[in-house]
Design a protein around this ligand. Structure first.
Ligand SMILES: NC(=O)c1ccc[n+]([C@@H]2O[C@H](COP(=O)([O-])OP(=O)(O)OC[C@H]3O[C@@H](n4cnc5c(N)ncnc54)[C@H](OP(=O)(O)O)[C@@H]3O)[C@@H](O)[C@H]2O)c1
Length: 326
């Protein structure tokens, strides 16, 4: 099989597309021919050895995938020819990832490809929509009609959160540094758009929403933006924190936290049991289909061009970067 293998001691200089032997599968696993892989920043953090609790070399990075079943599991849940996507759950295997042309995946972490979706859309979706769902609904407690502020709204998780929140009936405030991306976010359903760097961001958002604080911020960027997010909250507001693109530390105003009785809650997509992940995915697909919304693909690359694909992901994205495998 062909796979992007990160060998010891790790990092990009020791990450190469290689021909390796397919490892033996287990009865509860399904062999899939991988057709497309949605890239996520975490894949890059793993390769660079910056992912807490990440795999030790040698490993194959990659979490999302669309594929076709080649050999089903012993219980017969999945059969050859089934078109599937890989979900994230507490049993996700970080060592044997999806950046390869075939892989054994636990049957409990597979779901049927949503009808009518392209290979790239299917591959791009699960990790970011599962994360957005947790941040908005499971942890964020979002209710229809409520406002939600979404940072990094043009990225993979941010766009997923914008689409899901809009479909859920929330009032969506999307933050992006680019005026061009702000325009696209409005076209995709955001009610209001702002730059996170606007000098009077809080006042502008409160004026637009006619409120004195919001109940939920989905914070995908990290660094100083987390401390700004806290100041957007109303009494008993919450920040769902999930990203570190702008830094892994920030200063928090303890009085703001205290006087707002606010909470900052970490989100981890692999927190859920496979059964809970399956239930969430079912609701996500129903919501997306009923509002006729699909994942947004920014660019496509081949398996040979994975380094360029990650370069694209580190740069200026709007939606997802996908690797297609011939
Ligand atoms: N906790 C979890 O389970 C989980 C799951 C998925 C992802 N994540 C993390 O969440 C983060 C976002 O992931 P993603 O897939 O959405 O990333 P992405 O697709 O690369 O997009 C992130 C967006 O954030 C904005 N951004 C990037 N750097 C920024 C900076 N320095 N300051 C302000 N905005 C910045 C950009 O928007 P503009 O250019 O429009 O401003 C970009 O489009 C990553 O750190 C990822 O590892 C965590």
């Amino acid at each position: 099989m062909r796979a992007l293998v990160t060998s010891s001691p790790g990092g990009w200089p020791n990450t190469k597309l290689s021909d390796i032997e397919l490892r033996p599968g287990q009865p509860e696993q399904v062999l899939i021919k991988v057709r497309a892989v949605g890239l996520n920043p975490a894949d890059n953090y793993q390769i660079e050895g910056r992912y807490p609790g990440g795999p030790r070399p040698p490993f194959i990075a990659g979490r999302d995938a669309f594929g076709v079943v080649v050999q089903g599991d012993a219980k017969g849940i999945w059969k050859p020819g089934d078109e599937v996507v890989v979900l994230q759950s507490s049993t996700t295997n970080l060592e044997h990832g999806t950046l390869c042309d075939q892989q054994w995946i636990a049957a409990e972490n597979l779901a049927r490809k949503p009808a009518g979706w392209s290979d790239a859309e299917a591959a791009a979706a699960p990790l970011v929509y599962q994360t957005a769902w947790k941040a908005l609904v499971d942890i964020g407690g979002l209710q229809p009609g409520q406002p939600v502020v979404i940072t990094g709204a043009s990225g993979g998780v941010g766009l997923a959160a914008v689409q899901l929140a809009r479909a859920y009936g929330a009032t969506v405030v999307a933050l992006s540094r680019s005026t061009e991306k702000q325009q696209r976010l409005l076209e995709l359903g955001a009610h209001f758009v702002f730059s996170p760097e606007a000098p009077h961001l809080k006042e502008q958002i409160f004026e637009a929403l006619k409120v004195k604080g919001v109940s939920l911020v989905v914070e995908t960027v990290g660094g100083p933006l987390l401390s700004s997010a806290l100041h957007l909250l109303g009494i008993h507001g919450r920040v769902s924190v999930l990203g570190v693109l702008a830094g892994v530390e920030c200063n928090i105003s303890i009085p703001a936290l205290m006087f707002k009785r606010a909470s900052i809650h970490g989100v981890l997509v692999t927190d859920d049991s496979p059964a809970k992940a399956q239930a969430a995915w079912k609701r996500i697909v129903e919501l997306l289909n009923s509002s006729q919304v699909r994942p947004i693909i920014d660019d496509r690359f081949s398996l040979e061009d994975v380094p360029a694909a990650f370069e694209k992901l580190r740069g200026n994205v709007f939606g997802k970067v996908v690797v297609q495998i011939a």
